[in-house]
Design a binder for this molecule. Structure first.
Ligand code: ADP
Ligand code: MG
Length: 259
């Protein structure tokens, strides 16, 4: 069971955040408070606006209106690099892995890049050496310590996701955003990922999106349910799963009974 959410100031806050795509509101008037040190889940049917919200929080999209506040400061409209510098990181997509490159080389490049976003500077292997120890630590942390010298292309799916997580952790983020960390995983990898997220959540704040309610119930201190870009309900896992609006919304979603 998740621990009790500490009574803390919101580390991250959105105020009436809205993103329109040609008049269509993918995120609509979302006001969200994420308390420091908590694990916060975003759930909702496909198309609810979860990924768009992540893209707004990390600066990959600019809001149409509303505000994003982090550590009491307005960060609305900041560039992804600036936001990363403030300690907000998201898990990398598998497409950003290089099949031929070893795990430790991925980590070294992430550590060498000032923002962890992209591998802009191709440094000599000698320069990379300084990052070796930290790289190995990070791989150890996500359970890939014994595969440091392996090519990323040789990893199984769940291991690639763990490598992505290590790359996000290379920034030592204060706030970690994970978009569907268990998507496409079998039961065994799902449970391993739950344990891993619990471990890396210590001393951090985590926001994650997941469709698997076992994952949400195991990890989240607070759950926000989005539907059609709007907040439908918010509370503990127990509260939202018993919420009439949530039950109705999900029952109305034939074939998508995730709650
Ligand atoms: P979720 O992650 O909850 O499944 P998304 O945030 O990906 O939902 O999408 C929310 C809605 O916004 C969807 O209807 C999607 O088609 C639309 N959308 C997302 N990105 C764009 C875009 N770049 N242009 C137009 N519509 C978009
Ligand atoms: Mg999504």
């Amino acid at each position: 069971m998740p621990s009790e959410a500490p009574a803390a100031e919101a580390l991250l806050e959105t105020r009436s955040l809205t993103k329109e795509f040609r008049g269509f509101k993918a995120v609509s008037d979302v006001s969200l408070g994420v308390a420091e040190g908590t694990v916060h889940a975003l759930v909702g049917p496909n198309g609810a606006g979860k990924t768009t919200l992540f893209n707004l929080l990390t600066g990959f999209l600019t809001p149409s209106s509303g505000q994003i506040r982090y550590q009491g400061r307005d960060i609305t409209g900041m560039q992804p690099e600036q936001i990363a510098h403030l300690g907000i990181a998201r898990s990398f997509q598998i497409t950003s892995l290089f099949d031929q490159m070893t795990l430790v080389e991925h980590l070294e490049l992430a550590l060498a890049s000032p923002t962890g976003l992209g591998y802009r500077f191709w440094k000599s292997s000698k320069q990379m050496r300084q990052f070796r120890e930290r790289s190995l630590e990070l791989l150890e942390q996500v359970g890939l310590g014994d595969r440091a010298g392996q090519a990323a292309g040789s990893l199984a799916y769940g291991q690639k996701r763990a490598l992505e997580l290590a790359l996000a952790l290379a920034l030592d983020p204060k706030l970690l955003l994970l978009d569907e960390p268990t998507a496409g995983m079998g039961m065994e990898d799902v449970d391993r990922t739950i344990a891993l997220v619990k471990k890396v959540a210590s001393g951090r704040t985590v926001i994650f999106v997941d469709h698997n309610m076992h994952v949400v119930g195991s990890l989240a201190d607070t759950v926000t349910v989005l539907q059609s870009g709007q907040v439908l309900a918010e509370g503990t896992y127990e509260q939202v799963r018993n919420d009439e609006k949530v039950i109705t919304a999900y029952l109305g979603q034939a074939g998508d009974a995730h709650v």
